[in-house]
Design a protein around this ligand. Structure first.
Ligand code: SF4
Length: 516
């Protein structure tokens, strides 16, 4: 047993649902207790999909357990095929149904339905959502691309894109961006899968020269199998960030037998604004700001490269909740001289953030909450995400436009340099003082200040450190965007030295200590 409040990933059958919901012509029959239909909301509310995901739940109840739940499952399969007429049927069990040992795969083989059935064996008590999605995609590819033989006249510039899924972080726009980029480079994208692909499309995967894996957690197993079985090489550089996008283009062009693109072409007719924006003098204040990065392995590793090589930030922590990619993450962390954090326990992540004392956190929805509580600026870089990270506007993470989006979304939470400077200079000014609300012309300014004070009081109410009145007053002189950090550092210093209460001297001793 493990006491859990937040989980970074759902059970593996949610991963299988993501594959079914990504594709066309696929239906998933999920042996699951009444109530598991909650997962529909992930698609209809968070992703704002306009239709129900193609999933039939058996929704057995307690009273069904005295009869044959296997019959409930078989009836659900027959009804789903008759009603939805899919090209393929996925069958599997959720956590509770796994305990019943009805064996959906075995049962489905006895069904004599008219469509191919792909049984899924997803161990819910050992594995998680991304593994479930990767395994489901792999099973689908094996079933439909397995029996095909490769044509002899395959064009060298033809490729498939593997990995984008429903509920994936910015997959919708990443695909648009990368397909456009590849066609500008003279590549011919044949199949994008699983997002938007049908089982018949999977059977065409072997007609391309090579594969491009955009999301390894989903498509790595399938791409390796296609390489082993059909001799298809694959590109696994993830084009997130300018450097990575250029490496990606170089790798793709080499595989397609195209000459390397010249320097002028890499300017991408002004589409890469990150490089200039990060070099412009206004970005000087970003230099060496400490950044803590956490997320799925792909996005966390890509973010660390952008932060350190393209924005001049200093990586002070790097981690992932995906144990399957711990090796890759450890290698990346070693390159920045930081310890890798591989954990799916948000309390461990919170402790690591506090210990690393970052000025910016890049993470998931969970780190957004943690950073808010710690009053540290934060931007979201990876799933799990909430509804606001399925935006209506075009907002890829990959390619050149993705880098532009990243620049804006990471930098905005930080104070703009000039604002930072002015706020320090005018912190006693009636308009710009620390307590002033967002708009000093707002009629409810006083209320807003009181609310903000109440929030701060609530956030610190369980703090055990005691501050003298003078020390609290002195702390208020510290600009508000670093005050939380100054408070935490001082309390940490006081706790290690056994100092109580915290006085003005402690505040300055702590400052000197951490400045060393
Ligand atoms: S079967 Fe699994 S996913 Fe469904 S409610 Fe139970 S624990 Fe949750």
């Amino acid at each position: 047993m493990k006491l859990s409040m937040w989980t970074y990933e759902g059970p593996p059958h949610v991963g299988a649902m993501r594959i079914a919901a990504s594709m066309t012509g696929v239906h998933y029959v999920l042996h699951a207790p009444q109530g598991d239909t909650y997962a529909d909301l992930l698609f209809t509310m968070i992703e704002r999909r306009p239709s129900r995901p193609p999933v039939t739940y058996t929704t057995f109840q307690a009273r069904d357990l005295s009869g044959s739940t296997a019959d409930v499952f078989k009836t659900a399969c027959r009804d789903a095929v008759a009603r939805f007429q899919p090209q393929a049927l996925l069958v599997g069990a959720s956590c509770t149904a796994e305990l019943l040992q009805d064996d959906p795969g075995g049962l489905a083989r006895t069904l004599d339905v008219s469509v191919p059935v792909v049984p899924l064996d997803l161990p819910s008590y050992q594995k998680k959502e991304n593994w479930g999605a990767g395994e489901t995609f792999y099973r689908m590819v094996r079933t439909f691309a397995g029996p095909t033989t490769r044509p002899t006249d395959i064009a060298a510039n033809s490729c498939n894109i593997l990995g984008p899924t429903s509920l994936g972080f910015r997959c919708r726009d990443d695909v648009t961006e990368i397909v456009r980029l590849l066609s500008e480079e003279g590549l011919d994208v044949r199949v994008v899968a699983p997002l938007g692909a049908s089982p018949a499309d999977l059977a065409r995967l072997t007609e391309a020269a090579f594969n491009i894996v955009l999301y390894p957690e989903i498509a790595d197993a399938a791409a390796r199998w296609l390489k082993k079985t059909h001799g298809m090489p694959f590109v696994s550089t993830i084009p997130i960030g300018i450097g990575a996008t250029e490496d990606f283009i170089a790798e793709v062009r080499a595989l397609a037998g195209l000459a390397p693109s010249d320097d002028e072409a890499t300017q991408r007719s002004g589409r890469d604004r990150l490089t200039w924006y990060a070099r412009s003098v206004d970005s000087n204040y970003l230099t060496n700001k400490r950044v803590f990065i956490f997320g799925d392995a792909t996005h966390a590793i890509a973010a660390a490269r952008i932060a350190s090589q393209e924005l001049g930030l200093r990586v002070c922590g790097l981690g992932t909740y995906m144990r399957e990619f711990a090796r890759e993450l450890r290698e990346a962390a070693a390159g920045y001289g930081v310890d890798a954090l591989v954990s799916d326990d948000h309390l461990e992540v919170e402790a690591a953030i506090i210990a690393a004392r970052p000025e910016l956190v890049l993470g998931t929805q969970m780190e957004r909450h943690i950073a808010k509580r710690l009053r540290v600026p934060c931007a979201v870089i990876s799933a799990p995400v909430h509804v606001q990270d399925f935006p209506a506007r075009y907002s890829p993470q990959m390619g050149f436009e993705g880098a532009n989006v990243i620049f804006d979304s990471w930098v905005h939470p930080l104070m703009m340099g000039l604002e930072e400077h002015l706020l320090q200079m005018f912190r006693d000014d009636f308009e710009f003082n620390d307590g002033a609300a967002a708009s000093h012309l707002h009629p409810h300014t006083a209320d807003a200040v009181e609310d903000a004070a109440a929030v701060v009081a609530a956030a610190t109410e369980d703090d055990t450190a005691v501050w003298t009145f003078d020390a609290e007053k002195e702390l208020k002189k510290v600009p508000f965007f670093v005050r939380g950090k100054a408070r935490r550092n001082t309390e940490l210093f006081a706790a290690t030295k056994g100092i109580r209460p915290i006085t003005v001297e402690t505040l300055y001793d702590a400052k000197a200590h951490f400045a060393r």
